[in-house]
Design a protein around this ligand. Structure first.
Ligand code: SAH
Length: 277
């Protein structure tokens, strides 16, 4: 299907919009970059989309052409008049003014299956991912533009895991939907972006009821990255080293491993042993 693109420059001019750095306003204007996001979302005419951060609607306008229904949340009131004008031809779009972190996701999507698409400010990507994963109705797929290096950290595997990569990979399979050069945005940010795609599992790899303990243990493990697990867990969980050694042994993990080398199934075993003791 050939898509029509919005003219963001003329909307900005007509409404006297000056992008706000404090809200991470970098509008995606290059069709090549916009197409990477839309393609990664793999939408059909049956899909419901939740968009985060509509801005002037450059993505919303495309989403409206391919999806059944689009709900978009935008925090900045100044965006709403141009946004409403840009989207007036689409009865399938609903614009909600507000902070995504304060929205009840389940209500927004009316408990229906949905895909999230967002070109969001870098400083809230982690908080937004957490907010979405903790919703009781989780999305089927999440497509986010994030700083390229953040995408690389989330995509990391064996030996290079972090609290961030664990907290995403526990919920779904992550992949890269392409790189978007900084110059594709208006204004251009300092670094290139990447399209990150998260295909959610029906259930997280580590069951939700264990997440409090799992994240507490993982946080302890990563809090002193260069230390062995025996030492970092002992300090972070306030446990004597012999007790930590016993836990690690029970979980079949060597004392001298470091947090970044553990797989999700090893964290799962460790969490279960911790809770059983
Ligand atoms: N999707 C548009 C805009 C990207 S800029 C595009 O691709 O061009 C990011 C947008 O997110 C800005 O419009 C900003 O105002 C909005 N935003 C920032 N924090 C937000 C929050 N907490 N909740 C909802 N929207 C937010």
């Amino acid at each position: 299907m050939s898509l029509n693109y919005l003219n963001i420059h003329s909307l900005m001019k007509k409404y006297g919009i000056h992008p706000k750095k404090s809200l991470g306003q970098n509008f995606l204007v290059e069709p090549a970059g916009l197409s990477k996001v839309i393609n990664a979302a793999e939408l059909t005419a049956e899909d419901q989309v939740l968009e985060i951060g509509a801005g002037l609607g450059s993505l919303t306008y495309l989403l409206a052409q391919v999806a059944k229904r689009v709900t978009t949340v935008e925090i900045d009131r100044a965006m709403l008049p141009p946004l409403r004008e840009a989207l007036s031809e689409f009865p399938n779009v609903r614009v909600i003014e507000g902070d995504i972190l304060k929205q009840n996701i389940d209500e927004l999507v009316e408990d229906q299956d949905y895909v999230v698409v967002a070109n969001i400010p870098y400083y809230i990507s982690s908080a937004i991912i957490r907010h979405l994963m903790e919703a009781s109705v989780r999305p089927r797929r999440v497509v986010l533009t994030v700083q390229k290096e953040v995408a690389e950290r989330i995509l990391a595997r064996d030996g290079k895991m972090s609290l961030l990569s664990l907290s995403v990979q526990v919920f779904g399979e992550v992949s890269l939907g392409g790189v978007i050069p900084a110059g594709s945005f208006l204004p251009a940010p300092d670094v290139d972006s990447a399209v990150l795609k998260i295909e959610l599992y029906p259930e997280p790899i580590i069951p939700l009821e264990l997440h409090d303990a799992f994240f507490r243990i993982a946080q302890a493990g990563f809090s002193q990255k260069r230390k062995t697990l025996r030492n970092s867990l002992s300090a972070g969980l306030h446990l004597p080293t012999d007790q930590v050694e016993a836990l690690l042994q029970e979980s079949q993990i060597e004392n001298t491993r470091r947090a970044e080398t553990l797989s999700l199934s090893e964290w799962h075993r460790l969490t279960r042993s911790y809770l059983a003791n």
